[in-house]
Design a protein around this ligand. Structure first.
Ligand SMILES: N[C@@H](CCC(=O)N[C@@H](CS)C(=O)NCC(=O)O)C(=O)O
Length: 239
């Protein structure tokens, strides 16, 4: 059977993982992240770029209207745009993409089941566990959204709406995340840190050097700095 043009198109699309070309979204000729300052998944990308010494531009997206993302059809951050304008979402895919173009220092998805497993853990378990802690109470939730007051190009109204409406919404999200786990949020986070440490092979998931799983989980945890539950991290012997 001869494949039709539509079949070929479908394969090409699946293979390039949704990368599309948006050269006009490259800021200052640098790789560009569209992010929220507070977003755990965005910290993964900053961690990898930082560790490779790659300068990048970081565009702050206003969380309610997300006007800064209107050029594409993405609805979540991070969105990464490389210097040629190749744009993509999904933090773990972005880590692989960046590494593949800058040193190729860890295995690609599908080539190291342990790395794949712990990268998935960063989104499916750790990311959800920290959200349950950070947005556990209204107070902790509003505090986590306090950062919006420091963003220059957000209007006064945006700041107010993001802190209070956003804080309220995130408190609800936190509650729904908490329901996914058997233990209460703080105890659960401690348990998940124990589980995570069980995957280290020496200093890192990657052994002597960090791999994709290290950047993925470190990024998630790094986003907690200064927020509710950071004390749990600081008290943990291995995390
Ligand atoms: N699976 C995605 C998750 C990204 C994600 O959940 N981003 C959140 C911010 S932390 C977001 O953009 N939320 C806004 C929304 O869903 O409207 C990834 O790993 O990149």
């Amino acid at each position: 059977m001869t494949p039709t043009e539509a079949d070929i198109e479908a394969v090409v699309e699946a293979d390039d993982k949704g990368t599309r070309l948006y050269p006009e979204q490259v800021v200052d000729g640098l790789p560009t992240i569209y992010s929220f300052q507070s977003c755990p998944f965005c910290f993964k990308i900053r961690a990898l770029l930082g560790s490779r010494g790659i300068a990048y531009a970081d565009v702050e997206v206003e969380p309610m209207k997300k006007a800064e993302l209107k050029w594409g059809d993405w609805n979540q951050v991070p969105v990464y745009v490389d210097v040629d304008g190749n744009a993509m979402d999904e933090s773990n895919d972005i880590l692989h993409y960046i590494d593949s173009k800058n040193g190729n220092l860890f295995p690609r998805a599908g080539h190291d089941p342990e790395q794949d497993r712990w990268m998935e853990f960063s989104n499916k378990v750790l990311g959800k566990s920290i959200v349950a802690v950070i947005y556990r109470t209204f107070g902790s939730s509003f505090r986590a959204l306090e950062y919006v007051n420091g963003i220059e190009n957000f209007s006064r109204k945006d700041k107010f709406v993001n802190k209070y409406l956003g804080g309220f919404v995130m408190k609800m999200v936190g509650r729904s995340r908490a329901k996914m786990f058997d233990q209460p949020p703080r105890e659960n986070l401690k348990t998940q840190l124990d589980t995570m440490s069980g995957g280290f092979k020496g200093d890192f998931f990657g052994g002597e050097k960090p791999n994709g799983a290290d950047f993925a989980n470190y990024g998630i945890l790094r986003s907690m700095q200064g927020l509710e539950g950071f004390d749990i991290l600081e008290a943990h012997p291995e995390a």
